[in-house]
Write a protein of this length. Structure first.
Length: 224
């Protein structure tokens, strides 16, 4: 999904320059030349705001105060003010970063990318489980051993996730079938045995280890 950036600056040439450059990088750009229009544009729910400080009517600092009551996205100030106190004021008022004019477009793009990555990490943290050198990322559903990916089918991964996230707990075939296929599924829990066999085969081929333990007469569990 395209990230949305709102640029607020009263310099038309700078607005056009940033819009063209950042648009070519794949961002969805919205622009405003004053505080009133910027507040209207908040309805698009921007992922990041580039905000000039030196604007007529409502300057960037005053606008930032109002914006912070509506959105929590990163705000990067663009300004010719260069004193330390100016930077401190901007950050204390609710800004997240400060770029002084004149600036290079690659620097602006790098700062934007860094803040958006940070936001993604905060709101979409990776759920990574490690079992020795086996790394399982539940967020993007990948498994790696010493940097090499191990491919599992969707159902195989679902079973592995269930066992891994409850390491040491024993699940019988019926409980695994219920958790993975659902209560309304039509089928036989005996298929679980075959899926477990395939998971073991793939993990052993890649790592030489057996991570899933059979508790005879009871079920299966992930070795702690």
């Amino acid at each position: 999904m395209q990230k949305k950036i709102l640029i607020v600056d009263d310099e038309p040439m700078l607005l056009d320059l940033l819009q063209d450059y950042l648009g070519e990088l794949g961002y969805l750009i919205y622009t405003s030349a004053n505080g009133k229009d910027a507040l209207e544009e908040l309805k698009v729910s921007p992922d990041l705001i580039l905000l000039d400080i030196n604007m007529p009517d409502m300057d960037g600092l005053a606008l930032c105060k109002v914006i912070r009551e509506e959105v929590a996205c990163p705000i990067i100030f663009l300004t010719a003010r260069t004193t330390e106190q100016d930077r401190i004021n901007g950050l204390l008022i609710g800004g997240d970063d400060y770029i002084t004019k004149p600036f290079s477009l690659p620097e602006v793009a790098a700062r934007i990318a860094a803040h958006l990555r940070r936001e993604d990490r905060v709101h979409n943290p990776s759920r990574i489980f490690a079992s020795g050198e086996l790394l399982v990322n539940l967020s993007n559903r990948t498994i790696h051993y010493k940097g090499t990916e191990i491919e599992l089918s969707r159902t195989e991964f679902d079973i592995l996730e269930l066992l891994l996230t409850h390491a040491g707990q024993v699940f019988d075939r019926e409980k695994i079938y219920e958790k993975v296929w659902g209560l309304s599924a039509v089928g036989d829990s005996s298929v679980v045995k075959e899926h477990i066999r395939k998971i073991r085969q793939k993990l052993q081929a890649a790592t030489g280890q057996d991570y899933i333990e059979t508790v005879w007469g009871v079920g299966y569990r992930w070795r702690k």
